[in-house]
Structures are given as C-alpha cells and as structure tokens.
Design a protein around this ligand. Structure first.
Ligand SMILES: [Zn+2]
Length: 223
C-alpha cells in the first residue's frame, strides 16, 4: 500500500524561525563522543565491547556529513552566480534533487527529493547552485514544511525572478520504523511564490513538469 500525505508549505509571508546555527557554542569532539557512549549504554549495550569501541568516533564523523548544512551559507551564491540568459524567459525546472535530512523530533533520517522551478527575469542561475541550496537546508535538523519554505524563500530572494516553486517529497524514518510504522508513506510539501502562486496555468505547467499534474491524485492541494 502506498499512502501519501500532502500538505501545503507555510503561508506566503509567514516568518521563518531564525536559526541560531552560526551562534551555537559547540561542545568538544570528546564531549560529543561521550554523549554517544551514554546513548549506547542507555540503549542497553556495552560501549567498550570490540564492535562498539570505535562507534562514538564514527557517529561523530557521520554527524559532520549529515549536518554539514550548519556550516553552509545558502545565500553565498547571491552575488556571483547569475548568468546572462540571452532573453530566455521560460520556466526553468530542476527535478529530482535527492537529499537526506534528519527530522528534528527524532533525529531520524528523511530521504527525499526536491523539485524546483522558477521563472527567470533577465538572468538565470547555474543549476548546481539550486542543488546546493537544497543541500544546505537539508543537512540540518528539520521538519519538511520548514525546509520547503526555506529553500523557496532563499531562491526567491536571490533570483529576483517572476516566481519560485518548490515541491518536496520525503519518506520519514521516524514514521517508517516506529510509532505508526508506515513504511510506504511519503509526505509532499510545497511552496509557490510569485506567478506560481498567482497563476494556476503556471503552477500546473510546473506540476506537470515534475509529474504531479492534473491527472495525478493531488486532491485539492494544487487547485
Ligand atoms: Zn520524526
């Protein structure tokens, strides 16, 4: 059985919580490894047995990758990545940007993909930069709704385009492995700005491009 939960992103103009990422005082690596040892003991195992002895160090190295987004500045490409578009003014869509994030409620992985579209106003941005914005926000503790809005708002501010659309599909490890045990459920969130919000035709063109057009079971999420 495949179930889909679909919900809208934050309302337009809704303020995002300011993130303290750059202002947090981090504990030492040794303290972080001790915390992992504590969790292993709390789970009921012996952190000094052979198979677990290096685990705290491995977990910390994994955290460095999973949460690298706290050291990334998603707005850093703002000044230097715009390119002349030779008059190109049609929709640009980047589909299937795979990401791995972690939910901020359980620190369980979220596997998913993001789809991003925008309508250029005189200039375009390299597609790798769009993927980098997704990467920067996904490699943090997240809820999917906020991540979707953050990606859209950042691109909207940076691109100065006629509109930005972001749809994110995510499978949540905390839901698959515990609680209601819904291993097949995926959550879909979206944020539509500018012409994607104001013009149904533009919105549908984007949704068709990413395979979520009128014919699919979108309910009344994308009227
Ligand atoms: Zn969770």
């Amino acid at each position: 059985m495949h179930a889909s939960l679909m919900m809208n992103g934050l309302a337009a103009g809704q303020a995002l919580e300011t993130r303290p990422a750059r202002h947090v005082i981090r504990p030492s690596r040794a303290a972080a490894e001790m915390a992992v040892r504590t969790l292993i003991r709390w789970a009921g195992d012996n952190p000094d047995r052979e198979g677990l002895i290096d685990t705290p160090a491995r977990v910390c190295r994994a955290y460095e990758q999973w949460f690298a987004g706290y050291d990334a500045d998603p707005t850093e490409f703002r000044q230097r990545t715009f390119e002349e578009a030779a008059g190109y003014d049609e929709m640009v869509v980047l589909r299937n940007i795979h990401f791995v994030s972690h939910c901020e409620h359980h620190m369980a992985p979220i596997h998913g993909r993001a789809h991003v579209g925008y309508l250029p106003r005189n200039r375009v941005v390299g597609i790798s930069k769009i993927a980098r914005v997704v990467d920067a926000f996904s490699k943090r503790l997240q809820i999917q709704e906020k991540m979707t809005a953050e990606i859209a708002n950042t691109l909207d501010a940076d691109l100065q385009s006629y509109g930005v659309a972001v749809v994110v599909e995510g499978a949540h490890g905390c839901m698959a492995s515990r609680g209601v045990h819904q291993s097949q459920a995926t959550m879909v969130t979206s944020r539509m700005l500018g012409q994607f919000r104001d013009q149904p035709q533009t919105r549908h063109e984007f949704l068709s491009a990413i395979g979520l057009g009128r014919s699919s079971a979108c309910g009344n999420l994308f009227p």
